[in-house]
Design a protein around this ligand. Structure first.
Ligand code: A3D
Length: 320
């Protein structure tokens, strides 16, 4: 069987980390694509030289030519610019929307059968726009956010309880941003509902609320500490888990920014929901029972996503 091909569009901090992880796991041959000349080629060369030491066998190439992503099985998109001081959310939206247009066309023309995972922010709007521009089926284009947000929630809970992160199954829904919805009712410590476990361990409700709040602001906390740039290790690890679920037809249920039509009372937008990922891409969106408060929180979150989509449509008439 031919080796799988993984195309990484954007060879920056997350792109480079994705390449390293994918190579270590021998997921396939890797193409690092970027508009910056020399940089993806340099990273590819550097990463290739890890092979003899780590013992992985993967061909890693850098490119500035979309033709080199031809036939990719998986495409992970991190292309774009981060928000800089003084830049409004709309400024960022405008710039990254244009990036999604060129990336979408590159995918459509070179690897229309790929499973595409978008990471570029603002996530829920960019994955929607990328799908529109690429014209791929909705089940083959997905956004990465919930796996990361849930991992942040799980990490903070494990620290609080002094338990292993392996035993925490945390759950975050909604858009990627301050309005995301960490769902405590579906969060367990090895099957024990988190609120029950908090009582056992003498952890107050307000402490759990603080952890929920820290999760919501988890990206910003890292931006503040780094001083330049945003998180990249855990975002890359999260997208790799999604790619592995697709390539291995694992049928994992992962919180992803998936296209929702009908479920959760939503119609035609991408937002974080539990999703089955297998060989068919995003095979099913799972609709879970939510409390009234969780429903309200999800509504606030999806309203924020809708607003971004309207902004995209007014910035690019072809999306209207
Ligand atoms: P960075 O290191 O700046 O890499 C972005 C790369 O995109 C750079 O190398 C650019 O040269 C390249 N690029 C810009 N325009 C284009 C284009 N038109 N075509 C191809 N490449 C282009 O950023 P990063 O890797 O740290 O982050 C990438 C994106 O992920 C940003 O938008 C972040 O905001 C986002 N991000 C999302 C999450 C989520 O959880 C959703 C988490 C962390 C970062």
């Amino acid at each position: 069987m031919a080796r799988k091909k993984i195309a990484l569009i954007g060879a920056g901090m997350i792109g480079g980390t994705l390449a390293h992880l994918a190579a270590k796991k021998e997921m396939g041959d890797i193409v690092l694509f970027d508009i910056a000349e020399g940089m993806p080629q340099g990273k590819a060369l550097d990463l290739s030289q890890c092979g003899p030491i780590e013992g992985f066998d993967a061909k890693i190439t850098g490119s500035n030519d979309y033709a080199d992503i031809a036939g990719a099985d998986v495409v992970i998109v991190t292309a774009g610019v981060p928000r800089k001081p003084g830049m409004s959310r709309d400024d960022l939206l405008g710039i990254n929307l244009k990036v999604m247009k060129s990336v979408g066309e590159g995918i459509k023309n070179n690897c229309p059968d790929a499973f595409v995972i978008c990471i570029t922010n603002p996530l829920d709007a960019m994955v929607w726009a990328l799908r529109e521009f690429s014209g791929l089926p909705h089940n083959k284009v997905v956004g990465m956010a919930g796996v990361l947000d849930s991992a942040r929630f799980a990490t903070f809970l494990a620290w609080e309880f002094g338990c292993s992160v392996k035993d925490v199954n945390a759950f975050v829904l909604g858009g990627h941003g301050d309005t995301m919805v960490p769902v405590t009712s579906y969060t367990t410590i090895n099957g024990i509902p988190v609120n029950d476990y908090a009582k056992i361990k003498g952890v107050s409700e307000s402490r759990i609320d603080e952890i929920v709040d820290r999760t919501r602001k988890g990206g910003g906390e890292i931006v503040g500490l780094l001083g330049n740039g945003s998180a990249y290790y855990a975002p890359a690890t999260s997208a790799i888990a999604m790619a592995e679920a697709y390539l291995g037809d694992q049928k994992r249920i992962l919180p992803c920014a998936s296209y929702v039509e009908g479920k959760y009372g939503l119609d035609g937008l991408y937002v974080g929901v539990p999703t089955v990922i297998g060989a068919g891409g995003t095979e099913e969106v799972i609709e879970i029972e939510l409390s009234d408060e969780e429903k309200n929180n999800l509504k606030v979150s999806t309203d924020a996503v809708e607003e971004l989509l309207e902004a995209c449509k007014s910035l690019d008439g072809s999306l209207a």
